[in-house]
Design a protein around this ligand. Sequence first.
Ligand code: ADP
Ligand code: MG
Length: 237
Amino acid sequence: MSIVVEGVSKSFGSFRALQDVSLTVPEGSLTAILGPSGCGKSTLLRLIAGLERPDAGAISIGGRDVTALPPQRRHVGLVFQHYAAFKHMTVWENVAFGLRIRKRPKEEIARKVGELLDLVQLSGWAHRYPSQLSGGQLQRMALARALAVEPKVLLLDEPFGALDAKVRGELRAWLRRLHDEIEVTTLLVTHDQEEAMEIADAIAVMHQGRIEQVDTPDGLYDYPASEFVMGFVGQTC
Ligand code: ADP
Ligand code: MG
């Protein structure tokens, strides 16, 4: 499903976190939102997820206006940088959690969790606890959990930000393969220019609550003002 954000603004008190933001993410695309810390990336993602409401503007997912709908009716799966795993539950139970609250039949849950653990290459870890997993494995578990409810849209907020460079590189390649394998539209928030350039089909560059430019990685690189635009990245707003 496509994501269409139109003229969205959001303030916290007198601080304008997002100013008239418009963005279209075509169905099946892996699009990155790239920008320095504090420029409004997470706020935009939270608005798309339905965790916050915009002051102005509209958000559509799959052609349907979801601006007033709660998160669970938006077909979105969410993964954040610091994944809050249920520590007292096994990997299997963590992944099954969303299906259990939706009261799906036991056989369906067993089949689905099995498939998801295969997909994220954690089958051998099903009965371990989160404390026994590496950071990379935890983020793969988070993805499996987000995918359990079959989202049409995957919203990832710096999912690999807390990991070391080598693991980040591996997960990046793995995420791209996963995205291509399942039918999903992915929006990835990152402040890592290399990450965005390497895996995204399109990159939206954000600065001080606005989207400055949207282009393919190649287009962004060739853009005459790219040094100027990319220069934002790495600074703080
Ligand atoms: P990013 O994800 O790009 O680092 P955020 O979207 O988290 O940026 O934040 C953008 C700005 O909005 C920051 O200055 C942040 O302090 C502010 N902000 C975000 N959420 C809130 C909130 N709930 N209350 C007050 N200020 C907020
Ligand atoms: Mg953020």
